[in-house]
Write a new protein. Structure first.
Length: 360
């Protein structure tokens, strides 16, 4: 049965909303009817070649839906189950997995090299980042699906698959924010807004939100920011002025831009932590001199997928949702149909909005 999907025919080409034919789930696979899929900046980066993906492909990696069929050998999921798609399943056997660093699994994206479906005219398709969530339905390995926790609406649960896991993990696992600390968050898309909420949940005393758009201030303050700074050459100086000229204990960069990474570093106090979550292009070069690295005593770390283990962290996030500490609806600034994804990409390029959510 053909379903509609957003196909990337070639790197840099416009998305095509077209019909695709999905096979029945094979051994160890499930078929999922999508309820919603978030439009992440990583999808834009995949489409324009900043990140590499085999093409042609169906993009989309942040989604949730209902299992409609299971293949041979799948015992832990059944038709009718609500699931969150996990685009980076761990293999359990590589060196990173052996160290319990499942977010660095060497084989997490191996499935993207496979062909999983065809267009109605017979062109074979790759599943972008394993799960191909920009489609009415998808077929994925059962390892790419986790049960939707009780108390989380299925449509909202899509956000748990990337934005919230990444933002929450950046604060709690990578930056290790403690109650009473000061935090700065650079870049207020879906991940950045989730990071602000997570800093509030962690008990940060002051949360400074930074973005290039003045329109993001209301979103940032709704998420829990105590201060808002419009990005400029003076950003670090303004943040230090807000923190007694010391700088923040932890800065989290969510934009993937060299200037933002440098500003986050300069905004961090002596001995503080700077965490880079944003995925930047390899042409974005950040420079430091040897003396400042010694003098400031700061820690600069990268953060992949929030350094999260979805199986461990989803129940924790669900508890925050049920108690009202985490409000998933405030992350979504636009609910769109499948054919609204190209416009959502344009909004990202223009620095507009938080998370656009495709609702099927």
């Amino acid at each position: 049965m053909a379903v509609r999907a957003a196909v990337l025919p070639a790197v840099g080409a416009p998305l095509e909303i077209t019909g695709i034919d999905l096979p029945d789930p094979g051994p160890g696979q499930i078929r999922v009817r999508l309820a919603a899929a978030g439009v992440c900046h990583s999808d834009l980066s995949l489409s324009n070649g900043t990140l590499r993906v085999p093409v042609p492909a169906v993009l989309g990696h942040e989604g949730a839906g209902t299992v409609v069929a299971v293949g041979e050998g799948v015992a832990h999921l059944s038709p009718g189950d609500g699931v969150v798609l996990n685009w980076a399943p761990s293999c359990g056997s590589c060196p990173a997995c052996a160290l319990d660093e499942v977010w660095l699994c060497a084989n997490a994206l191996a499935g993207s090299a496979n062909m999983y479906a065809r267009t109605v005219d017979g062109t074979d398709l790759h599943p972008g980042l394993n799960v191909a969530a920009f489609a009415e339905e998808t077929v994925v390995p059962a390892s790419c699906a986790l049960p939707v926790p009780d108390g989380v609406p299925l449509t909202d649960a899509a956000l748990l698959g990337c934005a919230v896991l990444t933002g929450y993990g950046a604060v709690h696992h990578a930056a290790k924010v403690q109650p009473g600390e000061t935090v700065a968050v650079f870049g207020l898309g879906g991940v950045g807004l989730a990071t602000v909420q997570s800093a509030r949940i962690a008990g940060a005393a002051r949360i400074v939100a930074v973005d290039v758009s003045p329109e993001k201030e209301s979103l940032a303050r709704a998420a829990g920011a105590t201060d808002y700074v419009l990005a400029s050459e003076d950003t670090a100086r303004e943040i230090r002025a807000l923190t007694g000229k010391q700088g923040v204990d932890a800065a989290v960069e969510c934009a993937g831009r060299a200037a933002a990474i440098r500003a986050a570093w300069d905004s961090t106090r002596r001995g503080g932590r700077t965490t880079v979550v944003g995925i930047g292009a390899k042409t974005e070069q950040v420079t430091f001199n040897a003396l400042e690295l010694f003098h400031w005593g700061r820690t600069l770390t990268g953060c992949v997928y929030g350094n999260s283990d979805p199986a461990r962290d989803l129940p924790v996030l669900a508890d925050h949702v049920r108690t009202g500490r985490l409000d998933l609806t405030t992350l979504v600034t636009e609910r769109i149909a499948l054919d609204g994804i190209p416009a959502a990409f344009e909004n990202m390029l223009a620095g507009k909005g938080g998370r656009a959510l495709v609702v099927f």
